[in-house]
Design a protein around this ligand. Structure first.
Ligand SMILES: *Cc1c(COP(=O)(O)O)cnc(C)c1O
Length: 410
């Protein structure tokens, strides 16, 4: 019989979202009249911007004509999309990139997972706690860890606790690590890193020949002009950082699927014999061998996000979500809840009142307010005692949910 990849058995069964689903279903069955409002999901709810949709439709029509038909495109993405993103989104930040440094994909989750292919297994990896679970679980799957302990920490990974004391921004590791995952604006905590904060990480990475995986999936939600959108705004970052971006939250592409990775030519690793080797070269090799490109109409739609009209409309949707975030933030603050995030990110991270556990607060909100959120403990042990609310809902639901919570907690 063929043997399985036993690393998968080290993973804790997908617990968080199935368990949320189970409790909500149970509640709904017992209370069929209750109008349950879901602020737990990390998915968008607004439709695509009209200009993006138009470009998407036109590109589908191209496929039906002899002249415009598009078959296999470049595995790493079309130049017209890459150059548009560089011009419209990176150049205004003062970041210059060459076409060969950007790779278009079908989304950031896959990129965050696939990037591990080009790094040796004996690299020491540091991740935050709480964290986007993909970083942790993909390292387990690829075989970089041992089993997990009672708390849920896997042997071999360096966890960097994010808590109220450090403002949910991890301290530099005390041991030498080779790969560091950073995500700002953060999911789940909604906090952002200042320029000075990021500089600290870039300096650490350059001093220790480490590589930073910078997940900027929520950069478009930054409202404070002093907060960097890209790690490449920090001096020295092009030597040590790989950046991930996605059209998912920025432009409502969670169902359309498009993301990108930036691997600067200067980011180097070492071979077995100690020579320097470019990660960009390896990523190109991996991409051209294992991927056949994001689809042509999707890349056309993505390019339209950066047209004048497309960006104006896309920005309106982002502003809509950020107004939701403001409503949640201010409403909960009025109700006496301690909250974090929600200013430069579509997530509000709240401290459970009265020291309740994350799951107890989940049950209280579900049973007494009929509102669904996400228990912080599901994102890692340091998330215990916290709770995530998402600003991606419909406005009237957000307003009603906040009113219910306010009434309940007063
Ligand atoms: C949503 C999200 C992504 C984007 O995932 P896609 O696969 O592009 O939809 C990446 N990182 C984080 C932290 C996210 O929350």
């Amino acid at each position: 019989m063929a043997k399985i990849n036993g690393n998968y058995l080290k993973l804790k069964a997908g617990y968080l979202f199935p368990e949320i689903g189970r409790r909500v279903r149970e509640f709904a069955a017992a209370n069929p009249a209750a109008k349950v409002i879901r602020l737990g999901i990390g998915d968008v709810t607004r439709p695509l911007a009209p200009a993006v949709l138009k470009a998407f439709h036109a590109a589908v029509d191209d496929l039906g004509t002899i002249d415009q038909f598009a078959g296999y495109g470049p595995e790493q993405g079309y130049d017209w999309l890459i150059n548009t993103i560089i011009e419209k989104s990176y150049k205004p930040l003062g970041v210059s990139l060459s076409t060969s440094e950007m790779f278009i994909s079908d989304g950031s989750k896959c990129d965050c997972a696939n990037i591990l292919d080009i790094f040796a297994l004996d690299n020491i990896v540091a991740i935050g706690d709480p964290v986007y679970p993909v970083y942790n679980d993909t390292n387990v799957m690829i075989g970089r860890t041992g089993d997990s302990d009672d708390k849920g920490y896997y042997k071999g990974i360096v966890y960097l606790p994010c808590n109220e004391a450090n403002g949910f921004i991890p301290a530099l590791p005390t041991e030498k690590v080779d790969i560091i995952y950073l995500c700002f604006p953060n999911n789940p905590t909604g906090v952002v890193a200042s320029r000075a904060e990021l500089k600290k990480w870039v300096d650490y990475a350059n001093a220790n020949a480490a590589v930073i995986f910078y997940d900027a999936a929520y950069e478009a939600f930054i409202t404070d002009p002093s907060i960097p959108h890209s790690i490449y705004e920090i001096e020295g970052a092009k030597k040590c950082a790989i950046e991930f971006r996605s059209f998912s939250k920025t432009a409502g592409f969670t169902g359309v699927r498009c993301g990108l990775v930036v691997v600067p030519e200067e980011v180097m690793g070492t071979t077995e014999s100690g020579e320097k080797y470019s990660f960009n070269k390896l990523w190109l090799r991996r991409t051209t061998t294992k991927f056949n490109g994001a689809s042509y109409p999707v890349q056309r739609a993505a390019a339209a996000v950066y047209s004048d009209e497309g960006w104006k409309q896309t920005k309106e949707v982002i502003d809509y979500y950020m107004e939701n975030a403001r409503i949640i933030r201010e409403g909960l603050t009025e109700a006496g809840v301690t909250i974090f995030g929600g200013v430069n990110a579509p997530y509000i991270w709240l401290k459970t009142p009265g020291g309740m556990t994350s799951w107890d607060f989940f049950d209280k909100l579900l049973n007494e307010c009929n509102v669904v959120g996400t228990p912080g403990s599901g994102f890692g042990p340091s998330g215990e005692g916290y709770f995530r609310l998402s600003a991606f809902g419909h406005r009237e639901n957000v307003i009603e949910a906040v009113e219910r919570i306010k009434k309940n907690l007063k």
